[in-house]
Design a protein around this ligand. Structure first.
Ligand SMILES: Cc1cc2nc3c(=O)[nH]c(=O)nc-3n(C[C@H](O)[C@H](O)[C@H](O)COP(=O)(O)OP(=O)(O)OC[C@H]3O[C@@H](n4cnc5c(N)ncnc54)[C@H](O)[C@@H]3O)c2cc1C
Length: 417
């Protein structure tokens, strides 16, 4: 088709691929995705997708939950059970978050399932973007292999340390770069029976992810991969705000990081053993974007972690990326010419930035509550329940239909002005 709007997506993680799926259905848009790694793969942890995320994904992929169950081993599960994990109150139930079911699944099969929905000829691996240049005729993308490509618009989905973000925010990009959020975590994926033996029946009493909140740390475990595996995470405070992305984790490191009060509870001993029972355990710094002046700069915009890296406490990072794809899909689906792309990107910024920044801010507050750092709530189950109810409420209460309509209305106002 001639006169298509040519869009280059930089980054083939969950954000880039979900945006590509949301755009590829529009015949007036041509999409190409560029990934720096030699293959399109995801590493690491299991994730939870909330009901609101599944609603957004269901707009992009029909019957999304069935699709994720069949193709990505998703397990339908109620939201997390929160329990005090350390000190004399260990074992006290704080709350069972939410009532509606979401799913948990592993990131690697999730990405592979999403990739299966895209034609192979629009996916370009081993293409690391080196720089962008914007002109009246569009955006030229230069790759590290010496080649370049020209687009009408570019969407940066290149993750936490995004170079497209630097381009979009303009002067002094270091001011807006991701910074340590104040915690690091270590994880391991273990077979279900092994986890149950180490953590005890109490940790699997209800069909939920468990979060154990305690002094200076939190521990989380959740079932993934069709119920065969359990994702285990220990997150601890990082007082030094270290910018080392990775650190070696040993028994001594965990002993130093976890106050003795954790061993008054039932979960710490087993979690420590499960985390250490892997070759070369590693801890990862948790990052966040504290402030972002804009998600859009003329014909370039940013999505996913490139735009709004958040600490993982509210399990919302991928959810925000999927909401981005939902909104961007509708905005770019509603226009018909290259000249209208800028209004679409500005409307995207206007709607998505306040929403995502709020999630980043309440994510941080949630981390403080989870690790006993909130001076008012401490480790008092009732106070924690009350405060967490407030920090989680807005994440899941977005009305997607209104959000979409507001975005479209905003874009049309920009076009009319
Ligand atoms: C411990 C942990 C637990 C989490 N749990 C949850 C959860 O339960 N629920 C939830 O919703 N979210 C969760 N998240 C967050 C979620 O995983 C992320 O928000 C999401 O995966 C981000 O996707 P992305 O595509 O934006 O970024 P990434 O996955 O980082 O993808 C960026 C891609 O861009 C590529 N790239 C980078 N630079 C370039 C370049 N110059 N040129 C070309 N390609 C480039 C990279 O190779 C990469 O493939 C969690 C995160 C962590 C760390």
């Amino acid at each position: 088709m001639t006169n298509q709007i040519r869009i280059g997506i930089v980054g083939g993680g969950l954000a880039g691929i979900t945006v590509a799926i949301a755009l590829v259905k529009h015949p007036h848009v041509d999409v190409q995705v560029y990934e720096s790694a030699p293959k399109f793969i995801e590493r690491g942890a299991g994730i939870g997708l909330s009901p609101i995320t599944l609603e957004a994904l269901g707009d992009i992929i029909p019957s999304a939950v069935d699709f994720l169950k069949t193709h990505a081993g998703a397990v339908e599960i109620d939201a997390a059970r929160l329990v005090v994990g350390s000190g004399p109150g260990a074992g006290t139930l704080i709350s069972d978050l939410g009532v509606a079911a979401g799913v948990t699944l592993n990131r690697a099969p999730l990405l592979q399932a999403l990739l299966s929905l895209l034609p192979g000829n629009m996916l370009h691996a081993a293409k690391r973007v080196r720089s962008l240049e914007q002109s009246d005729s569009g955006v030229t993308v230069a790759f590290e292999d010496g080649t370049d490509a020209h687009f009408d618009a570019v969407i940066g989905a290149d993750g936490i340390f995004s170079s497209i973000r630097n381009f979009v925010v303009g002067e002094k990009p270091e001011k807006y770069a991701a910074s340590p959020a104040g915690w690091w975590d270590c994880r391991h994926l273990v077979p279900f029976e092994k986890a149950k033996t180490a953590l005890g029946d109490e940790s699997f009493k209800v069909d939920r992810q468990y979060a154990w909140l305690g002094d200076g740390a939190a521990m989380l475990h959740g079932i993934v991969e069709n119920g065969t595996m359990v994702q285990c995470i220990i997150a601890v405070i990082d007082k030094n705000l270290s910018t080392d992305r990775k650190r070696k984790v040993t028994r001594q490191v965990l002993q130093d990081a976890l106050p003795a009060s954790w061993y008054e509870g039932t979960v710490a001993k087993g979690m420590v053993e499960l985390i250490l029972d892997q070759e070369d355990p590693k801890g990862y710094a948790i990052w966040e974007h504290k402030f972002t002046p804009t998600y859009a700069n003329n014909q370039v915009c940013i999505v996913g972690d490139a735009a709004h890296t958040t600490s993982p406490w509210q399990s919302a990072g991928a959810g925000m990326a999927i909401e981005d794809a939902f909104i961007l899909g509708h905005l770019l689906g509603d226009i018909s010419s290259v000249q209208e792309v800028n209004a679409a990107f500005r409307a995207f910024d206007a709607l998505r930035r306040p929403r995502c920044q709020r999630v980043i801010d309440t994510g941080r507050k949630t981390g403080h509550l989870f690790c006993g750092q909130d001076e008012v709530a401490g480790l008092d189950a009732r106070k924690l329940n009350e405060s967490l109810g407030q920090t989680f409420a807005h994440v899941g209460s977005l009305n997607l239909e209104s959000h979409k309509n507001d975005a479209l209305k905003t874009m049309r106002a920009f076009l009319a002005s």
